[in-house]
Ligand binder design. Structure first.
Ligand code: PLP
Length: 376
């Protein structure tokens, strides 16, 4: 088995997740997919939302499931009413997919996009936010942890700054849920989105959103699917829920949703026990920093379990491929996936290393040894 240091791509699914999904698929094949769905309605319609509510510390009514974090983000953000009178604050760490939507919304509505400045440390300039915030800031969008480096943005503190203001507060928690404590209540955000497959170690094809009541009241989705709306006359439909599930689509993979439920349960059981205390990120960092020509791309003062680096004399893809030949999985972070930050640091491609709870001392030693062979 390779040493898996690509959790920021997709974490390793625990056996319970795989077994649950396999059993669900087998039952669908043997008994019919709709029939299997009905049999597991307690989990698919209720239990998985309760698990997610416990993990995110969010009300059940605020939760919706999707097939990716991007789908969650676009389903909700595209339903916002924004105009040319609105200012949208983003940060240099905004994920490229989210930024594509902001760019399109600006083209359609004329809204203004402003980028929160950074301090020399790479931390967001919170004093600038405190000084500059006004009534016409309609939305503030912050990734808890970005795609291309390991900074942890202070989403709770930002929440406190924004509380007196009318703006909607959106947090992309795709890279933080599963590795950091994430509490929607404590952050005080109106939207928080994430994916099942990363640090939660759920299946691919799962994503979620916590959509607070303020945002739900302000949003006007262009479409509601049949689990949330009925045609009540030939030319009229009615939406029969104001819960966040109205942003969902009705069709979904039962196996994936049950896999997500199993991953959430596994995560809760694991985090209730004390950890091993092994600081895998620090071990990875030391191994990288010891080698000639390497540069850590590691802004900020608080860090999550993602470490990015490049090397003056070896392309990132070559480092990934050679580490794979040594039995170590890492990934290539593309600069243009964190387009307002990484290209400005001269990063086109970088190596992204993302250990998780399953990374042992031995694993980080294997990584360090392999890296010494690859980078000389
Ligand atoms: C910070 C961040 N936001 C959003 C996404 C998008 O997630 P998905 O691929 O599930 O749409 C990613 C994916 O890597 C990410 O790193």
């Amino acid at each position: 088995m390779p040493v898996h240091l690509n959790t920021a791509g997709a974490g390793l699914m625990p056996a319970e997740v795989v077994d649950t999904m396999n059993a669900h698929l087998a039952q669908e094949a043997a008994e019919g997919a709709y029939e299997t769905e009905l049999r597991h309605a307690d989990i698919l319609e209720k239990g998985v939302y309760e698990e997610l509510a416990a993990v995110l510390d969010a009300p059940v009514d605020d939760l919706a499931l999707f097939d990716s974090a991007t789908r969650a983000w676009t389903a909700v953000v595209s339903a916002l009413h924004l105009t040319d009178a609105d200012r949208v604050w983003i940060t240099p760490y905004e994920y490229a997919g989210n930024l594509i939507l902001w760019t399109e919304l600006r083209r359609r509505t004329g809204l203004r996009i402003e980028v929160v400045p950074l301090l020399p440390s790479g931390d967001l300039d919170l004093d600038w936010m405190r000084r500059t915030i006004r009534e016409d800031v309609a939305v503030v969008s912050v990734p808890h942890v970005p795609s291309g480096c390991g900074i942890v943005n202070p989403v709770e503190e930002i929440g406190r700054i924004l509380t007196p203001w009318p703006c909607l507060y959106l947090v992309d928690a795709c890279q933080s849920v599963g590795q950091l404590d994430v509490s929607v209540r404590q952050i005080g955000c109106d939207l928080l989105t994430g994916a099942g497959r990363k640090f939660l170690c759920g299946p691919r094809g799962t994503g979620f959103a916590a959509v607070g009541p303020r945002l739900r009241a302000a949003a006007a989705p262009v479409f509601h699917d049949l689990h949330a709306a009925d045609m009540t006359a030939a030319d009229h439909y009615e939406v029969h829920t104001d819960g966040a599930r109205r942003f969902e689509y009705a069709e979904r993979s039962g196996a994936a949703v049950r896999g997500l439920d199993a991953a959430l349960r596994h995560h809760r059981a694991r985090t209730a026990r004390p950890g091993t205390g092994h600081d895998a990120r620090a071990a990875v960092r030391d191994a990288v920093a010891a080698l000639p020509g390497t540069r850590l791309i590691d802004p900020g003062t608080r860090h999550a379990s993602i470490l990015t680096f490049d090397c003056a004399h070896l392309p990132a893809a070559r480092i990934r491929d050679e580490l794979a030949a040594h039995g170590v999985n890492v990934w290539v972070a593309q600069g243009n996936h964190t387009p307002l930050y990484l290209p400005g640091q001269g990063v086109d491609h970088a190596v992204r290393v993302s250990p998780h709870h399953y990374t042992s001392t031995q694993d980080t030693e294997v990584f360090a040894r392999a890296l010494r062979h690859v980078i000389r």
